[in-house]
Design a protein around this ligand. Sequence first.
Ligand code: ATP
Ligand code: MG
Length: 564
Amino acid sequence: MTEEKREELKPSVSFIEQFIIDDLKEGKNQGRIHTRFPPEPNGYLHIGHAKAICLDFGMAKKYGGKCNLRFDDTNPVKEDVEYIDSIKEDIQWLGFDWEEREFYASDYFGKLYEFAKELIGRGLAYIDDQPADIISAQKGTPTAPGTESPYRNRTIEENLDLFERMNKGEFDEGSRVLRAKVDMTSPNMHMRDPIIYRIIKSAHHRTGSAWNVYPMYDFAHGQSDYFEGITHSLCTLEFEVHRPLYDWFIDQLKSDDYRPRQIEFNRLNLTYTMMSKRKLLELVQEGKVRGWDDPRMPTICGLRRRGYTPESIRRFVDLIGYTKVEAINDVLLLEHAIRDDLNIRAPRVFGVLNPLKVIITNYPEGKVEEVTLINNPEDESQGSRNVPFSREVLIEHDDFMEKPANKYFRLAPGMEVRLKGAYIIKCEGFKKNETTGDIEEVYCSYDPDTKSGGEASNKKVKGTLHWVSALHAVDAEVRLYDRLFDHEDPSGQKEDDYRSFLNPGSLKVLTGCKVEPALAQAKPLDKFQFQRLGYFCVDYDSVPGKIVFNRTVSLKDTWGKMNK
Ligand code: ATP
Ligand code: MG
């Protein structure tokens, strides 16, 4: 795509950016812009998180502000240091920087505990001894008001004493909770005396066994924003209904005009893709994929291993934009973005996935010549390379047909094709395995006057094939991927039904592939276009003597075509 076309397709500023521009104009928060990205360290980041990251870090960067990384680590049962490390790596890889501002909700456990005690002291929170199911039943429904707990009017002294003893570990998990005393008749269910602290006796990855009570996410999140001086708290739409509760807490806490402004946007959903961390963890634990970074996963590390670039992901996020309506984006657009990026970035090389030997009978035995090939027609600065050519070359098996179909312009008895960058060859015969019927070798003659770039090189043939010299080519394994799910909306169906939509053909491993010799030096994550076949990326599983490639995408741009 041309630069002009890119600009034309670029969305105008989002409604969120407009709010930020307006706040700056009005001089709110002394002209400060301060955002945060608040992942819960209970899984790996996925492409949906990239949408939030690009906004949180992107807005701060664009308007001279700051963006904090804050781990929302309020539930020690589900969280792990492994996730913290991976989250940091992925954000950096995407091209963003939190500088020295790496924070944890657990940094505020002390402050939050004091604040909870203050609420108790002001008669705005109480200990409820009822079990979870009763509390939940008493919440009522959106149309029927809730029922007040019999413990709602305990004395302040009793509440304070119980809360402290909860934290000392005197009571069992689930036996008591601390609830904010808001309004059991509120039309907003989140305001009906929400639970703000619960007893958990597992050790926390940062605070160890210092605490036996832990704040609920809803009690920690808004206040953490407040403690950090966040000006714009950007989050997904499902938190819109939580906003009045966050405001209620801040009203009790604040001493001046400052408060974080929460703005909600639509979450990213993609066709044929499942985005829930809990379910992605199940896929990993049940061995349905080869790990969080399996190239079929929508995780950032999976996309990285698949061959996606940070630029392509940022570009994709730019294209889909931010709105107030839930929608599902076409995964073809994501594939379009990577294809577009790799078209400019990836050097062209020859790789043969299913080799068939061609012997050029009139080419001198033992002779090797170098042919020169352009690395990338889209980028002259990538220059050219030399590739060895010899008497025996390997071509793609389906580039030969014993009895050519109509309009088949590749190799067949009596037909001529060009070996790209080298000579025109003519098929003179072939060897077939009598029992299996497989074609084992093809015999050709070549015309020395038809060398690419040479005098007679303008001789026209209809077909051009990629090839490698049999003697020089190196071994490769190629992993071809298809969609992990064969249902357009795998997680929008019945809960846990997603397993029945797993595509049994989502991974195809090809061994015995051959690639041009220079690729022996390629490093994991190096990206190439195998001419005529698609974009490929070197996998971490490569070992000396055998390179493993993941196919990132094929060459066919379905989205680009549909939107021409
Ligand atoms: P899940 O529900 O899968 O566990 P989550 O929203 O709980 O995901 P968090 O770690 O809390 O995951 O997410 C951190 C931030 O990323 C939040 O601000 C959240 O709104 C945002 N985010 C998560 N998923 C998406 C998505 N699909 N699209 C856009 N933003 C997202
Ligand atoms: Mg969350």
